[in-house]
Design a protein around this ligand. Structure first.
Ligand SMILES: CC(C)(CNC(=O)c1ccc(Oc2ccccc2)cc1)c1ccc2c(N)nc(N)nc2n1
Length: 323
């Protein structure tokens, strides 16, 4: 086999291992095997810089210091969500939707990850740009930082043109370790995983992002009507393309079932390895979504059910001792 073929073979093997480890959370090989293949690829790439592939796993480590972040216009605006705080807010949402369509409503409920929203653009299946939400119309180009997040695919399973949205977050364990390390280094601690994720993505030194164990769950396709007729089909399409989708979403056929799902996860949230601040409820049918349309800043076919802020044990201690 010539060196070009070996570089291609190693790139595909390591991309598959990354996908199983970081997207499916099901490792295929142990670290020693992975690291020795990566070392071989790094060596061949160093000796043949012209043969390095755009989606090479060696791009996930190390990095460079950027001068700044460019402003970028979103092709499709990134909308915000109206909020619901109790069952009657949820009923109002359902009643408003029923007034605008004669069809029966099916909902999709999904966990609302407490992180920061990003949008990613792929051309012919290759990641070309990633940006923060910003004000919904204009965000910051953070492509180089997002490439360091191993659960963000650099190349999709199909050569499609697609823009997808997801929530970048820092798992609770990574957050605790980072704050412990910052305490040792006498640096200020982060208040919560969301701030830690946001602070990490603002770093101009991309090698810092590579070390911070950020992750992502994808939740929507911006040019959505090209991939399915329901939101749940779009979530399946995202998975088939190689995107990491939170497995706890559920199709529900009444707002009572939606409320039960919200209560269920309000109890279970502390057992999750990441923070959530609520549940997002969407009407599943894309044609009904089109019938309902949007207000100035939010879809009428989606709503966020917000959980009360979770008091961590240390915060409870503060409150107790200062009283
Ligand atoms: C529903 C949507 C608001 C995304 N959708 C959009 O941003 C969006 C944007 C333009 C759309 O179409 C338009 C195209 C052109 C002009 C106006 C609208 C449709 C949807 C949203 C927002 C935050 C979410 C979150 N934190 N977690 C989950 N799980 N889901 C979420 N979903």
């Amino acid at each position: 086999m010539d060196v070009k073929e070996r570089i291609k073979e190693l790139t595909e093997i390591l991309t598959k291992y990354d996908y199983h480890y970081h997207v499916l959370d099901e490792p295929l090989v142990d670290d020693a095997t992975y690291d020795s293949l990566l070392a071989e690829l790094k060596k061949l790439e160093k000796e043949n810089p012209g043969l390095v592939l755009a989606h090479s796993p060696t791009k996930r480590v190390g990095g460079k210091v950027l001068a700044g972040f460019k402003a970028v216009q979103h092709g499709t605006p990134m909308l915000s969500l109206g909020n619901a705080f109790n069952s009657s807010d949820l009923e109002d949402f359902a009643i408003r939707a029923k007034k605008k369509t004669s069809q029966p409503l099916t909902y999709v409920a999904e966990l609302k990850i407490d992180g920061l929203a990003v949008t990613l653009t792929y051309e012919n299946g290759m990641l070309v740009r990633g940006a923060t939400r910003g004000d919904g119309q204009t965000g910051e180009d953070i492509t180089e930082n997002l490439k360091k997040i191993k659960s963000i695919p650099l190349k999709l399973t199909q050569p499609v043109n697609i823009e997808v949205r997801g929530e970048v977050y820092m798992p609770k364990l990574a957050f605790d370790k980072l704050n412990e390390q910052r305490k040792q280094e006498e640096k200020p601690q982060f208040a919560n995983p969301r701030n830690a994720a946001a602070g990490t993505l603002r770093q101009l030194d991309t090698s810092i992002v590579a070390k911070r164990n950020l992750s992502i769950f994808f939740y929507s396709i911006a040019n959505s009507d090209e991939f399915g007729s329901t939101h749940s089909e779009n979530l399946s399409a995202l998975k088939e393309l190689g995107f990491r989708v939170n497995p706890n979403y559920k199709k529900l056929s009444s707002i009572e079932e939606v409320y039960a799902y919200c209560n269920d996860w309000q109890q279970k949230r502390e057992n999750l390895p990441y923070e959530i601040d609520g549940v997002v409820i969407k009407i599943d049918s894309l044609s009904i979504q089109r019938e309902l349309g949007y207000t100035a800043k939010s879809p009428r076919w989606a709503i966020a059910y917000k959980f009360p802020a979770q008091r961590s044990f240390s915060k409870l201690l503060d409150v107790t001792f200062t009283v």
